[in-house]
Design a protein around this ligand. Structure first.
Ligand SMILES: Nc1ncnc2c1ncn2[C@@H]1O[C@H](COP(=O)(O)OP(=O)(O)OP(=O)(O)O)[C@@H](O)[C@H]1O
Length: 266
């Protein structure tokens, strides 16, 4: 019999099954299947234009699929009532590429956007909860009253993460979270994501091109190619894989510069 811990570990929080998405005559995803397990950080990679953002939008219900099913926390989202769907949506946090904060709102107000949308809380409590999230992502308290234009790139990402965490989600979707950050800022962001996973049991679906993130933060990696997931596994599996795109990505010049293999063996 599986231990309770093993059951939790193997629980599937997101299952995309046989997903096909097309725009007019152009099929972008075809019979794609992918699972995210509770408490794991899944890195999702693929060539530019291969459909990573389309899949993310499809999972979130923002882009319609032609066929297939999306299961979130065991429920087929197409079978849910509006009220049930809303309860599921509250368990998802999203950090879109470029942070996508509202420029006219302070950081505190940005973090409160999901709270205002889904909850009916007194202002004082909302302020306290938003401050807790701001602290959680490592921003100083005075950042709460700043506007996005007054923040560095790294602070914007953290503020956007605080907003994604506003409702204590079970899974967060991060779309290229470290793009535009310098290597130190990117490494700090990865550490933050790992810490949140470890302390909150968060599941993380991370679209990324960042080899450092794939190496240090991701438990598993899924590679999108030919309209579906062509390879899935650990970073060690990627380094052994002979599929041409995977090989050139993980063992190409840039990867060699990062000395990924050496770092694995150390
Ligand atoms: N609304 C749309 N209408 C038509 N085509 C679209 C639409 N959205 C995306 N596409 C097409 O789907 C394909 C996949 O795009 P997508 O943005 O998902 O790629 P990606 O893997 O996220 O790329 P990148 O790594 O560059 O962000 C592209 O050819 C894009 O032009």
């Amino acid at each position: 019999m599986q231990s309770h811990q093993a059951q939790i570990q193997s629980e599937i929080v997101l299952s995309a099954r046989d997903i096909t998405v097309a725009f007019g005559p152009k099929t972008v995803l075809e019979n794609l299947s992918l699972n995210v397990r509770r408490g794991e950080i899944l890195g999702f990679v693929g060539a530019s234009g291969s459909g990573k953002s389309v899949l993310l939008r499809t999972v979130l219900g923002l882009t319609p699929k032609r066929s297939g099913a999306i299961f979130l926390f065991g429920d087929d989202v197409d079978s849910l009532s509006d009220a049930q769907r809303m309860r599921i949506d509250m368990r998802l946090g999203v950090l879109f590429q470029h942070g996508a904060l509202f420029s006219a709102l302070s950081v505190l107000e940005n973090v409160q956007v999901p709270m205002r949308e889904y909850l009916d809380l007194p202002k004082k409590l909302m302020n306290e909860l938003a401050m807790l999230k701001i602290e959680l992502v490592g921003l100083p308290a005075d950042a709460a009253y700043k506007f996005p234009s007054e923040l560095s790139g790294g602070m914007i990402k953290r503020a956007a993460l605080a907003r994604a965490l506003a409702l204590d989600p079970d899974i967060v979707f991060l779309d290229e979270p470290t793009s535009g950050l310098d290597p130190i800022g990117a490494a700090e962001f990865d550490e933050l994501v790992i810490k949140l996973r470890d302390t909150m049991g968060l599941s993380v679906y991370m679209v990324t091109h960042d080899l450092d993130s794939l190496f240090t933060a991701c438990d598993r990696i899924a590679v999108l190619g030919k309209k579906r997931v062509i390879v899935e596994g650990t970073i060690e599996d990627m380094l052994k894989c002979e599929e041409p795109w995977v090989k050139s990505y993980f063992r190409g010049k840039r990867a060699r510069q990062l000395d990924l293999k050496g770092r694995i063996q150390r």
